[in-house]
Ligand binder design. Structure first.
Ligand code: MOS
Length: 764
C-alpha cells in the first residue's frame, strides 16, 4: 500500500504534539466487528502468560551476563547541600571494588532534563546522586558506599509548596522556586460569575503518591567495542536510546535498547535514568557488563512521584444547574528538578462551560522530582472537581448525575469540534444501574448505626486515541508460521497478545502460528513510548496494516502462481482460491514456498488521525463503601467502571487493566502518602511498611462495563487506551461515596481514619 508523509497532531497532557509520520495514503477498510472475529475481543490468554507464571520470562532485573559486575549509587543524605570535598580512596581499596565515578571524573557528561551534569555538586534533595561504585558483588558495592568520605555544606531546605513560595525561601535553582505556570482563559470568568444564581467555592488537597512498581528501576549494560547494548526496565526504548546516546555523545545507531518484560512503570519509566548512563560509563572503564538496580528505598526517594496539589475551585451556576463560570487556581510540588504539577485539565474539558479561568503553579522543593504518573493531573483534578460538583448538586437539590447531564457537551470545549465518539451518557446509565444508584442515601449521612454505607460516582475524560508514527513488521514463512514485531513495549498491559490476535485474525490463521516480538531498538521499526494510554491505539492499526498488506501480497503472488486474475481470487482461512474454478487453490504457506522466498515481509503503519474531531475516552466509575464510624476505617465494597474506550481487543487484559487502575486509585484515595518531615527535610516513608499500599485484602468487587464498540473514525482498529482511564475517576468516586455515607466532606486525600473521625466529631 502506498504511503504519504503527514504532520501528525495530537493532544497529550498539556502539550499539543506535532510529529512527522509516514502513514497509509488512503483510509483503510476497518477490521471486522468483534462479533465476526475469532480472536480479537475474546478472552484470549496472554501470549507471555506461561513464560511469566513459570518464571522463564527474563525481566531486566533478572538479566545476568557472563562476567557481570554491579553498580550502586551513593545518594545525598541531606535535602539540600553542596559537596565541599569527596574522597573515594578508602572505598577504592576495598577488595572487589572496580571503579568509582563522581563529579570529578565525569564532569564533561551532561544530563538532559536540566542543564546540570550527571553529578552536580549542588545536591537538591535527599536522594540526589553523589557517586556510583562498581564492584564484583552488590554487597561489596554497598559496603564501598559507606567508605566514601564526603564533606557537605548543609544548606537550608524547603519541603512544602507553602514554604517554598515565600519570598525569602531558600532558592533551589538560581531563578527561584517557581516552574513554568499553566494559565488558560476561555470567555470571561468574572462576567460568568455575575450571571450565576448560585456560586460554590472550595479547596481540595492531594498528597504525593509514589509509583512503587513491583520491578525496581534497573539497567544492565554491555559494550561490544564502541557499541552499547542497554537492557532497561523502561516504558520507552527509543527515548532511552536517545537520552543515553546524547549523554554519552554516541550515535543513536550505536546504542541498542532492549526490554522484553516489565514489572510496572506507571509513568516513572518513560525516559532514561541517570543510573543507566553511570552503568555505561563504569562498564566502559572496567570492560565488563554492569547491572545497576535501585532498591526500594531509592524507589521511594528518587525515581518519581505524582506531585501533590492544592486546588481551589469556583463554579457559578444558574438555578437549573447550568454552569456559567468555573475557575481552577492551584499549586503543587514538582520536586527539585523541572517537571509539572498542574491538575486543571478535567475542569477545563469535561463539562460545557463558556467562561473558564485557570492558574496552576508548579513549585520546586527539596525532594525527588515528580514524573508522569498514570493520568498525570487528571487523578487529582478529577477528585477535586467531582467532589465539588456533588456538593453543588446537594446545594441545588439535584441528583449528582442529573447535574452532570445538565452540563454535558457533545463538542470539545477547546476547539468546538465534535468527538469521534462520546458515550458518557450510556456509561452513566449502565453504571448507575449496576451499582444500584437509586439506593444511595438521599440525605447523605442519614443512616443510623455504627457502619454506614454510601454510594458515589465520578466521571472521567482522557485522550488515548493513539497517533502515528507507529510501525510493525510482519514476516510469513514457508511453513505457514508468522512473526509480527514492533519497537513498542509491553509494560504489563498485553501488547504482545493483541499484536498476535490481530495478525491471526487478519491472516485467518491459528493464533499459535503467530509469534510476537517487541522491545528492541536495534532490530525493530519505530513505535512510541508506552505512555498516555497510547500503545494499543497506536500499535494495533500498524499491525493491522502489515497484515492487510501481507494478504494483498499473497493474493498477488497467488494470481501469478494459479494464473488467475487477482479479482477472481478469494482469501479464506489461510487459503487462496479461484471463485470459478475450485481446483485452483493454494495455501498461503505454499505461496511463500513457491515464490522461493523463505519469508515474505511487509511493514505496516499507523494511520493519520481524522481532522475536525477531538479524540477522547470517557467513562464513569461508581463506588460503594462502608464507613465504620467507630474506627474511621473505610472499606470499598464495590467499584463499577463503565467506559467508552472504543473496541475491546482482549477482554482478559482489559479487565486486568481495570483491576490495576481501581486498586491503585483506591490506594491513592485511602492510604498512600509520601511523608517528609518538615524539620529535617527527610522522607519518612521509604519502604512498603511506612508507605502504605493496598493489598489483596483491600480489593473490592470490580465490575467492568464497556459501552462502546469500535470507533472507526480514529483508526481501522477503532481502539482507545484504557490504562489511565481505569484509574482517573476512582478516588473521586470513593470520596463521593464516603460523603454519601457520613454526610461530611473530606477534602484532602488520603481519606484516613483520623480524618473521618475528626470530621464526624466536628459534625456532632
Ligand atoms: Mo503514563 S503516566 O503516560 O505511563
Amino acid at each position: 500500500m502506498s504511503r504519504k508523509i503527514i504532520k501528525s497532531k495530537y493532544d497529550l497532557y498539556e502539550e499539543k504534539i506535532e510529529t512527522i509520520a509516514e502513514v497509509p495514503s488512503e483510509k483503510e477498510k476497518p477490521l471486522a466487528p468483534n462479533s465476526k472475529l475469532k480472536y480479537v475481543g475474546k478472552d484470549v490468554n496472554r501470549y507471555d502468560g506461561y513464560d511469566k507464571v513459570s518464571g522463564s520470562a527474563i525481566y531486566t532485573i533478572d538479566k545476568v551476563l557472563p562476567n557481570m559486575v554491579f553498580a550502586r549509587v551513593m545518594v545525598s543524605p541531606h535535602p539540600h547541600a553542596k559537596i565541599k570535598s569527596i574522597d573515594v580512596s578508602k572505598a577504592l581499596k576495598l577488595k572487589g571494588v572496580l571503579h568509582i565515578i563522581t563529579n570529578e571524573n565525569t564532569s564533561e557528561i551532561p544530563w538532559y532534563y536540566n542543564t546540570s551534569k550527571l553529578f552536580d555538586k549542588h545536591l537538591r534533595y535527599q536522594g540526589d546522586e553523589v557517586a556510583c561504585v562498581a564492584a564484583e558483588t552488590e554487597k561489596i558495592a554497598e559496603e564501598a558506599l559507606s567508605l566514601i568520605k564526603v564533606e557537605y555544606e548543609i544548606m537550608p531546605h524547603v519541603v512544602t509548596a507553602e514554604s517554598a513560595m515565600k519570598e525569602n525561601a531558600p532558592k533551589i535553582h538560581n531563578n527561584g522556586n517557581f516552574g513554568r505556570p499553566s494559565e488558560y482563559t476561555r470567555g470571561n470568568f468574572d462576567e460568568g460569575i455575575k450571571q450565576a444564581d448560585v456560586t460554590i467555592e472550595d479547596t481540595f488537597t492531594t498528597q504525593v503518591e509514589v509509583h512503587n512498581p513491583t520491578e525496581v528501576h534497573c539497567s544492565v549494560v554491555n559494550w561490544d567495542g564502541g557499541k552499547l547494548t542497554v537492557w532497561d526496565s523502561t516504558q520507552s526504548i527509543f527515548s532511552v536510546r536517545d537520552n543515553v546516546a546524547q549523554s554519552l555523545g554516541l550515535n543513536a545507531s550505536d546504542v541498542r535498547v532492549v526490554k522484553k518484560y516489565m514489572g510496572g512503570g506507571f509513568g516513572s519509566k518513560l525516559e532514561a535514568g541517570k543510573y543507566t548512563v553511570m552503568a555505561a560509563l563504569l562498564a566502559k572503564k572496567i570492560g565488563r557488563p554492569v547491572k545497576a538496580a535501585m532498591n526500594r528505598r531509592e524507589m521511594n526517594l528518587s525515581v518519581g512521584n505524582r506531585p501533590d496539589s492544592n486546588q481551589t475551585i469556583t463554579i457559578g451556576t444558574k438555578k437549573d444547574g447550568t454552569f456559567t463560570a468555573m475557575s481552577h487556581i492551584a499549586y503543587g510540588v514538582m520536586g527539585a528538578y523541572p517537571s509539572g504539577s498542574s491538575s486543571y485539565w478535567p475542569l477545563r474539558s469535561i463539562y460545557k462551560c463558556p467562561n473558564i479561568k485557570i492558574d496552576n503553579k508548579s513549585i520546586y522543593i527539596n525532594a525527588g522530582r515528580a514524573r508522569p504518573f498514570r493520568a498525570p493531573g487528571h487523578v487529582q483534578g478529577t477528585f477535586a472537581l467531582e467532589s465539588i460538583i456533588d456538593d453543588l448538586a446537594l446545594k441545588l437539590g439535584m441528583d449528582p448525575i442529573e447535574l452532570r447531564l445538565k452540563n454535558y457537551t457533545e463538542v470539545d470545549q477547546d476547539g468546538d469540534v465534535p468527538y469521534t465518539s462520546k458515550l458518557l451518557k450510556e456509561a452513566y446509565e449502565k453504571g448507575a444501574e449496576e451499582i444500584g444508584w437509586k439506593n444511595r442515601n438521599k440525605i447523605p449521612g442519614s443512616q443510623t448505626g455504627e457502619i454506614k454505607t454510601g454510594i458515589g460516582m465520578a466521571s472521567q475524560i482522557w485522550w488515548g486515541g493513539g497517533a502515528p508514527p507507529s510501525y510493525a513488521t510482519l514476516k510469513l514463512n514457508s511453513d505457514g508460521s508468522a512473526k509480527i514485531f514492533s519497537g513498542t513495549q509491553d509494560i504489563g498491559t498485553g501488547t504482545y497478545t493483541f499484536m498476535q490476535q490481530i495478525a491471526a485474525d487478519v491472516l485467518e490463521i491459528p493464533i499459535d502460528k503467530v509469534n510476537v516480538d517487541l522491545g528492541d531498538t536495534g532490530t525493530m521499526p519505530y513505535s512510541g513510548g508506552s505512555g498516555g494510554s497510547m500503545t494499543a491505539p497506536s500499535v494495533s492499526p500498524a499491525v493491522y496494516d502489515a497484515a492487510i498488506q501481507m494478504k494483498q501480497k499473497l493474493i498477488s503472488n497467488a494470481a501469478a502462481i494459479l494464473e488467475v486474475d487477482e479479482s477472481n481470487l478469494i482469501y479464506s482461512s489461510g487459503n487462496i482460491s479461484s471463485k470459478n474454478d475450485s481446483s485452483k487453490s493454494i495455501e498461503i504457506k505454499d505461496v511463500v514456498g513457491k515464490i522461493h522466498e523463505r519469508v515474505l515481509v511487509t511493514t505496516g503503519a499507523r494511520n493519520e488521525n481524522p481532522n475536525g474531531y477531538a479524540i477522547n475516552s470517557f467513562g464513569a466509575q461508581f463506588a460503594k463503601v462502608e464507613v465504620d464510624t467507630m474506627t474511621g476505617i473505610v472499606r470499598v465494597k464495590k467499584i463499577v467502571a463503565a467506559h467508552d474506550i472504543g473496541r475491546v481487543l482482549n477482554r482478559k487484559t482489559l479487565e486486568n487493566q481495570f483491576y490495576g487502575g481501581v486498586i491503585m486509585g483506591l490506594g491513592y484515595a485511602l492510604m498512600e502518602n509520601r511523608v517528609i518531615d518538615d524539620y529535617t527535610g527527610k522522607v519518612l516513608t521509604t519502604n512498603l511498611h511506612d508507605y502504605k499500599m493496598p493489598t489483596m485484602q483491600d480489593m473490592p468487587d470490580i465490575k467492568v462495563i464497556i459501552v462502546s464498540e469500535e470507533d472507526n473514525l480514529i483508526s481501522p482498529t477503532g481502539v482507545k487506551g484504557i490504562g489511565e482511564p481505569a484509574m482517573i475517576p476512582t478516588p473521586g468516586a470513593i470520596a463521593n461515596a464516603v460523603f454519601n455515607a457520613i454526610g461530611v466532606r473530606i477534602k484532602s486525600l488520603p481519606i484516613t481514619p483520623d480524618k473521618i473521625l475528626e470530621a464526624l466529631n466536628s459534625k456532632s
